[in-house]
Design a protein around this ligand. Structure first.
Ligand SMILES: Cc1cc2nc3c(=O)[nH]c(=O)nc-3n(C[C@H](O)[C@H](O)[C@H](O)COP(=O)(O)O)c2cc1C
Length: 318
């Protein structure tokens, strides 16, 4: 997620367990070939076999519409260490869409196919190339044609965020379309959108019959969720028990401390890290997972945040 899942966040969330891979923020490709330092800055994991320090693979996400530039940059990324490429056809940001990127390509299925094919052709066959789609620009049935075109372009799998661009992030997510696409395509389909709880996951699995799931906001708002889902899916390497089930605040504090610690080398100062922690906790607060947000929202420094949270924990434990 742009502006959210940077390298420190990927590190901490993947350490917590349950994820089989993470996707980077998007690298916006225009006509130029980026120098190596841009890729390394964007995905520092390139120098660690494209894995987070705890070993979770990271997929490079690219966004753009110039087939040649997308192919060349994907090729360069793989030379530098990328292990998988994801192409963004879902971003609804007006600034991105005005420049012919993200969800705006959902209106041009042949171009979407051309972009996938150009990237597919530019990287070795063992490197997965996936496409992340919304249901459509305005009408959800656009997904049938777009998913097919992505498959014809050679996508290794597609991820579907079950909303149109016009629907933005407004609930509900229309999982039924994902299920229909899955029946139609021979490719793996990853279901995404509004899987906030374990019960949502079960309903989404029932409705779509998918075996693969992407969680975005809830990976942050509900840090125990990925573990619970991976256990249910029988992914054996993550069988540890989430500590978020007992005293959530006691589990949040070390997780946030870890985030503050790993953010340090990347950070633009203490206030920046404090802002990132608040960004995270606001997502949890909005999902009713972090009632203590009211108490920290005016904090300016990392120390202030932890002082307030530790006091709240002490009061709870009395
Ligand atoms: C702040 C924010 C940034 C996002 N950035 C991206 C992005 O760069 N690429 C992408 O494919 N989706 C992006 N998304 C969409 C999510 O990946 C996901 O498809 C969407 O939030 C629905 O899933 P969720 O309900 O699990 O969050 C973003 C969402 C949010 C809220």
């Amino acid at each position: 997620m742009e502006g959210v899942t940077d390298a420190p966040m990927r590190q901490v969330i993947s350490e917590h367990g349950g994820l089989t891979f993470c996707v980077s923020e998007f690298l916006r490709v225009c006509s130029d070939l980026f120098p190596a330092k841009v890729f390394h800055r964007h995905v520092p994991e390139f120098s660690n076999d494209c894995r987070t320090p705890s070993g979770t693979p990271v997929q490079l996400q690219i966004l753009g519409s110039d087939e040649e530039a997308m192919g060349l940059n994907a090729q360069r990324a793989v030379e530098l260490g990328a292990g998988a490429i994801d192409i963004n056809f879902g971003c609804p940001a007006p600034q991105v869409n005005r420049n012919d990127g993200g969800a705006s390509l959902l209106r041009y299925p042949e171009r979407l196919r051309g972009i996938v094919a150009a990237v597919r052709k530019a990287v070795p066959p063992h490197i997965p190339v996936s496409a992340k789609l919304r249901l459509g620009w305005e009408t959800p049935d656009a997904i049938f044609r777009n998913a097919e075109e992505a498959a014809l372009g050679g996508a290794s799998w597609i991820t579907i965020h079950a909303r149109t661009k016009k629907q933005g992030y407004a609930p509900p997510a229309y999982w039924n379309y994902i299920g229909e696409v899955k029946k139609q395509l021979k490719l793996p389909v990853v279901a995404n959108g509004d899987i906030w709880t374990f019960e949502d996951f079960l309903r989404c699995r029932d409705e779509t019959q998918c075996q693969h799931f992407m969680i975005g906001r809830s990976a942050l708002a509900n840090p125990g969720l990925a573990l619970a889902i991976s256990r249910e899916l029988g992914i054996k390497r993550d069988l540890s028990r989430s500590s978020f089930t007992e005293n959530p605040l006691a589990a949040w504090i070390p997780l946030l401390q870890r985030f503050a610690e790993v953010s340090e080398p990347y950070s633009q100062g203490n206030q920046y890290i404090a802002a990132r922690i608040k960004q995270w906790l606001k997502m949890a607060y909005l999902r009713k997972q972090f009632p203590w947000f009211e108490q920290i929202k005016l904090c300016k420094t990392v120390d202030e945040i932890f002082e307030v949270l530790t006091d709240a924990l002490t009061r709870e434990q009395k």
